[in-house]
Design a protein around this ligand. Structure first.
Ligand SMILES: [Zn+2]
Length: 183
């Protein structure tokens, strides 16, 4: 954040508390009057840093279906010559799955939990589900395509680590799949 977007307010009524708020496109930092310049700078730096973390979190959570479709189309172009036809949306109710694909009506659903994952894992999940449009199962041909993605193995490891415990209970379903089935 540029310094011009920050307003420092020194308040005599304030004894020890430091407060920040975000409004009118600016970050307001309220400090007690009489702080030493050194302490002021320390707190200002800390508040700016904290605010940036919050903004980053908000951006992550705002990732929308529009973003998801765009990303999936880029991967469609890169890995499938843009040949795939599909719809893709985030869903909130997939607690035990990261993604699923119904190949009959070409719909892909990605769990909202994926929004906070690293982008190379997000890409893997999207590629995995895109590949199911061609191969609904986890056949050798399926993995041949998925493994073109250079971080496929790493992403599988990441997902196993965060998904331990939800794998087994999902084995029953047939039309949709959990990406852990055969890993
Ligand atoms: Zn799968």
């Amino acid at each position: 954040m540029a310094p011009s977007q920050i307003t420092i307010v020194r308040s005599r009524r304030r004894k020890k508390t430091i407060q920040t708020k975000y409004g009118d496109g600016r970050l307001w930092i309220y400090l007690p009057a009489g702080m030493s310049t050194k302490d002021e700078q320390k707190w200002i730096d800390r508040m700016i840093e904290r605010n940036e973390r919050w903004q980053q979190q908000k951006r992550t959570l705002k990732k929308s279906d529009t973003w998801l479709l765009q990303r999936a189309q880029e991967l469609n172009k890169k890995y499938f010559d843009g040949a795939l036809d599909f719809s893709i949306t985030f869903v909130a109710n997939q607690h035990s799955r990261f993604g699923s694909c119904t190949s009959i009506d070409k719909t892909i659903r990605i769990s909202e939990r994926v929004k906070t994952m690293p982008s190379w894992v997000q890409d893997y999940i999207i590629i995995h589900e895109l590949t199911h449009l061609l191969h609904p199962d986890h056949s050798k041909k399926f993995w041949e395509i998925v493994n073109h993605y250079r971080y496929a193995e790493r992403a599988k490891g990441y997902l196993i680590a965060v998904g331990v415990g939800v794998v087994k209970q999902e084995k029953e379903s047939t039309d949709e799949d959990d990406i852990f089935y055969d890993m």
